[in-house]
Design a protein around this ligand. Structure first.
Ligand code: FES
Length: 104
């Protein structure tokens, strides 16, 4: 079953910023691009680098470990399209950013 869950306060992530958030022990990368939030798995598909700490350039993020670039809307990696990361639907509910994830 998929559900929206709150992972951050809207005010905690300014436009142009990204960071790692945690929900029930799993880490997600969350970005704010011009007021629109995007989320994907935090672990880079190369060697697990923290994509939430990557360098954000528009709708692209560069992994902080070896620089692979990912489209934050699709999760597709420029260098290795066969190794995407999973993306998640987001929404703003009140003061909170929510992401839609599978709950068991
Ligand atoms: S761990 Fe991300 S590019 Fe190597």
């Amino acid at each position: 079953m998929s559900e929206f869950v709150s992972v951050a306060e809207v005010a905690s992530l300014l436009p142009g910023q990204g960071r790692t958030v945690n929900y029930r022990g799993k880490e997600y990368a969350l970005y704010n691009v011009d007021g629109i939030f995007h989320a994907m798995d935090d672990a880079c598909s190369h060697k697990g680098g923290p994509l939430g700490a990557g360098c954000l350039d528009g709708e692209k993020v560069y992994c902080p470990l070896h620089g692979w670039a990912f489209d934050i809307k699709t999760g597709i990696c420029e260098a290795r399209p066969d190794l995407p990361v999973r993306t998640y639907e987001t929404r703003v509910e009140g003061d909170h950013v929510q992401i839609k994830i599978e709950l068991s």
